[in-house]
Design a protein around this ligand. Structure first.
Ligand SMILES: [Mg+2]
Length: 213
């Protein structure tokens, strides 16, 4: 019998969202990636902007996430691809990914990491989908309400059920969507009255400017 503790420290959490040039990780690129990294009682916000290959971009995707409008703004700045990818990989190494349909973001990021790393998926193998999490919570809380809708359940509807207003016209920006994932996760997992972690951002728009921390 061992006297050593078998309790492992909980992995850090990473609330993630990516804006991409389309839905196919083989053809399309993530161009804006937000990570809210939670370790202990501190959240740090990071945004990476990596110039994509637009060859096969889906016009509809670029319209939805306002690619041309946002990237032509005077204060827009692309990060160095290699540096940003290395920083991102370091952040996501060993975390639990949390997002709205995070499997999508994971595939997009794995293709980016695959250019530079042997292990393109450095995170815990089971990401957490906030919609599934909220649905489980609501099934426990109000099964009659949940049973009324036999179809696929909207993440936005579920978000409102747990008291979080989903993004409006400011949505489809990576950091806005990552903050939304965090808010839904916290609404389900923080008992009332528990203080949520402090947030430390990078500058007024919480942009990752490279090198800090
Ligand atoms: Mg998004």
């Amino acid at each position: 019998m061992s006297t050593e503790s078998t309790t492992k420290p909980a992995p850090p959490l990473a609330f993630v969202d990516t804006e991409t040039t389309g839905l196919d990780p083989f053809q399309h690129d993530p161009w804006e990636i937000a990570v809210i990294f939670r370790e202990g009682d501190l959240d740090t916000e990071h945004v990476f902007r990596i110039q994509p290959d637009l060859t096969n971009a889906e016009p509809k995707a670029l319209e939805i996430n306002r690619y041309h409008e946002r990237t032509s703004a005077p204060n827009w700045q692309w990060h160095n691809r290699r540096n940003a990818t290395e920083r991102l990989y370091g952040l996501l190494n060993g975390v639990i990914l949390i997002g709205s349909n995070p499997g999508f973001d994971a595939e997009m990021l794995a293709h980016l990491f695959g250019r530079y790393y042997d292990q393109p998926k450095p995170w815990h193998y089971r990401p957490i989908d906030i919609a599934t999490l909220a649905a489980g919570y609501m099934w426990a809380l109000d099964p009659e309400l949940m049973a009324k809708d036999p179809g696929p359940i909207s993440s936005r509807w579920l978000s409102r059920q747990v008291g979080v207003e989903p993004p409006g016209t400011d949505g489809h920006q990576a950091l806005v969507d990552a903050r939304w994932a965090k808010a839904v996760y916290d609404a389900v997992t923080f008992p009332t009255g528990t203080p949520a972690p402090d947030v430390r951002g990078f500058g007024p728009r919480s942009e990752y400017t490279g090198g800090a921390q």
